[in-house]
Design a protein around this ligand. Sequence first.
Ligand SMILES: C[S@@+](CC[C@H](N)C(=O)[O-])C[C@H]1O[C@@H](n2cnc3c(N)ncnc32)[C@H](O)[C@@H]1O
Length: 263
Amino acid sequence: MTTSDNTPDAPGATSAGTSLWEHDWRHTEGARSIDLRYLQRDPHTTQRPYFAPVLRLAAGHKRFDEKLRLLDVGCANGAFARYVLERRPRWDVSGIDVLPELVDAASAALPQASFSVASICEPRSLPSLQADIVTALTVPSHFDTLDVWLPHLLRMVAADGMAILYGPMNPSPVDLVCRLRHAEGDGEWLPGWNVLSQQTYDSFLTGRARSWDFHYPSVADMGYPTGDPADDLSSRLVSAQDGPRLGNASGLTYRMAFLEIHV
Ligand SMILES: C[S@@+](CC[C@H](N)C(=O)[O-])C[C@H]1O[C@@H](n2cnc3c(N)ncnc32)[C@H](O)[C@@H]1O
């Protein structure tokens, strides 16, 4: 690419002669340095607003009262694994995360579960297990497309099992792919707030799953913060024309959904 008089000569060109989206935007496989903040949180006391509703959906598994296998994809510090084991101590609970530091912390805090370093985008990195319930909580919004991760996740669901995803989703037929960053300094452009449409999930799941259901909770009742959290990028309740949603200091607002998939 060439430039003259510091005038960008092509859409996306910068005065440095690089293309903004080639240089700064990368297709994401989910990993972000900010997720190392989970190291500062004790999994024994970390409580997220969506843990209880996920376990309520899992109760739809016809063998819920038996010894089930649960795999949490993007398990971070193991807080959801801990939440499950406190309520279902007989279950065989495991987790994977792409950040080794988080897997080490989860393993140290919860020896009764098993955690490993793996990327849901890299089939060869995944443990060779299948689980009756596979969860991915606030993980789906890290990826730009479903094909890079969801097929691998569905393959880890055992026969008659279910996957439960939780994250921003759009009931209208529009997909949003974005990166955010803190404006101070030369902040990393972060993935994590993509909002793919229900229609995109529907097209993807047709022929790959037996049935699926979107559940849009009333976020106002879930325990999300109402004021501004310390971190500008953290989700908080914001009002929108059609009722409360989540949003952050970028101005982006999003509806959250649980997607229950039966394979
Ligand atoms: C927003 S955090 C959510 C953590 C946890 N699920 C929760 O609900 O508190 C996203 C997590 O997914 C992990 N992650 C990102 N990309 C991944 C990938 N390709 N494979 C596995 N884990 C990934 C991150 O390291 C991070 O721990």
